[in-house]
Design a binder for this molecule. Structure first.
Ligand code: BG6
Length: 493
């Protein structure tokens, strides 16, 4: 697809009635159904998050796990206890009373999602545990190939009308397949009862971008083409694909983290102020800016692959999958026209971090330059991971004679000032249970994101190789210009 805009969705998703659900406000969950309760995602992230919600009194409804498993209910409860202990034994410990409470209200439906009996059994358990009119939140922590089967099974058992579907990523492989999946789900579930997970939207530092921008007046006057020269966004991970070879090889960096996580983050960085903090107003504002982003030009992209990737178990012979990408985005709107956004993301880089740097314009006249010095630009660095905070790099007078300006960081670390934040999956589940869609991807936004990356999906040429532990291929080093990327101090992450 070229950079023609996606255009209005066939089923308009934005509405002036925020948080609307069938015109009657969102249903809070009477029961939580977790498909894939014995899977890896549940093990590492979901079950520990649910334990925290029970601890805080935010999960008070029965939990029904569904999985193809040999475990019985007691076996599942032991498995959950193990997961929770693994997550917290070395980090604050586990409260036996909380865990017992969680396990006592956990139930199991074991079987194949292709078997209709699994869903009639599920319907019976929902009725037994929460009553015949119970409103269920169904969380699909299953591979995408099973999304349709699970959604159809719930509907065939007569449960769709009293359900909210929460669908893990990836939602489609491209614009066309995302639309097909959506059209299929919409046969039984309206848009406001389909919550598409992007766990970055559950990260508090990501949400804080809006607070930083719009609860203050400090940044906003500068946040435009008059004062900002360009943005640099870096999502680096200092580990390789490890045992996820077959998953990752079918996906690559663009699908894995750019189409979803980074474009969602970027929308928060660039969007205009929403009309209110309601879900649809926020998502309308994101939609507006996403529509303004041009589809990526392959000529402005560097795709990389760390040396050794092709030896990973699960990686196909002749694979052309990238483990690194650097690209340039252009935003054709009043605020950002002419302000490029450089994005890079990759595995096996020197650090693990997510940073957004706004590089400011230099002053109109260059005063205070030492011999041979180049003018330095101020920077606003929004640090999202691992330690959320903000660093302003400003120029101050170097001590001693003369008026030479040198850059110094002015920095705040939010955790130190405000204490720890909740994990992303805690937010995701709390909001899914309450029916708040703010931190889920609305379909029109997701369509725009697929449109933007469309031209660089499924590249058939091998990516450029890079040394594990380096900042990616040499060819990407000067993407933002001859000065290169802003140097990011090591985080220890
Ligand atoms: C996932 C990707 O969605 O996000 C992973 O599949 C990536 O490859 C992960 O490592 C990063 O998320 P987080 O929360 O660990 O920063």
């Amino acid at each position: 697809m070229d950079d023609a805009k996606v255009g209005p969705s066939p089923n308009p998703t934005s509405s002036s009635t925020d948080h609307a659900t069938d015109g009657a406000g969102p249903h809070a969950a009477d029961v939580l159904v977790l498909f894939g309760i014995t899977g890896d995602l549940a093990h590492k992230l979901v079950l520990p998050a649910l334990y925290r919600l029970v601890e805080r009194g935010e999960l008070t409804v029965p939990l029904i796990g569904v999985a193809l498993t040999d475990l019985d209910t007691d076996g599942l409860r032991r498995h959950i206890a193990d997961c929770v202990h693994q997550a917290f034994d070395a980090d604050g410990g586990v409260d036996a009373g909380v865990l017992d409470k969680m396990l006592a209200d956990t139930h199991l439906v074991a079987g194949d999602y292709a078997d209709p009996a699994v869903f009639t059994h599920l319907a019976d358990i929902i009725t037994a545990q929460a009553g015949p009119d119970a409103f269920a939140v169904h969380y699909l922590a299953v591979p995408p190939s099973l999304f349709r089967a699970v959604a159809d099974g719930i509907a065939a058992a007569g449960l769709a009308g009293r359900s909210r579907l929460v669908v893990e990523k990836p939602f489609g492989r491209d614009l066309a397949s995302a639309r097909e999946l959506d059209a299929h789900l919409r046969l039984n579930y309206p848009e406001d009862r389909v919550f598409r997970v992007d766990h970055f939207l559950g990260k508090e530092p990501v949400e804080d971008l809006l607070v930083l921008r719009f609860a203050n007046t400090l940044l906003e006057p500068l946040w435009n083409r008059q004062w900002i020269d360009h943005f640099e966004i870096t999502m680096a991970e200092n580990f390789d694909v490890a045992d996820r070879g077959s998953f990752y090889d079918a996906v690559g960096t663009v699908r894995d983290v750019v189409q979803n996580h980074l474009l969602q983050v970027l929308a928060y960085v660039l969007m205009d102020a929403p009309l209110s903090d309601g879900a649809n107003d926020q998502r309308d504002a994101k939609h507006r800016v996403l529509r303004a982003i041009r589809a990526v030009d392959p000529a402005e992209v560097v795709r990389g692959r760390y040396d050794g990737y092709t030896d990973t178990p699960g990686v196909a012979a002749g694979s052309t999958t990238e483990t690194y990408v650097a690209l340039t985005l252009h935003v054709d709107d009043w605020r950002w026209s002419g302000v490029p956004v450089y994005v890079r993301a990759g595995k096996d880089l020197p650090d693990t971090l997510l940073d957004i740097v706004a590089v400011m314009r230099t002053p109109p006249r260059t005063l205070f330059l030492g011999e041979g010095q180049k003018p330095n630009a101020d920077q606003v660095r929004l640090r999202l991971q691992p330690d959320a905070g903000v660093t302003f790099t400003i120029l101050v007078k170097e001590p001693g004679g003369g008026d030479v300006a040198v850059p110094v960081p002015v920095s705040v670390d939010f955790r130190r000032v405000l204490g720890p934040v909740h994990a992303a999956y805690e937010r995701i589940f709390a909001d899914a249970l309450a029916g708040d869609p703010t931190h889920f991807a609305r379909m029109d936004n997701l369509e725009e994101a697929w449109r933007i990356v469309g031209p660089i999906l499924d590249a058939t040429t091998p990516p450029v190789s890079y040394e594990p532990g380096s900042w990616g291929p040499d060819a990407a080093a000067t993407l933002p210009g001859p000065q290169g990327w802003v140097e990011l101090p090591p985080t220890g992450g």
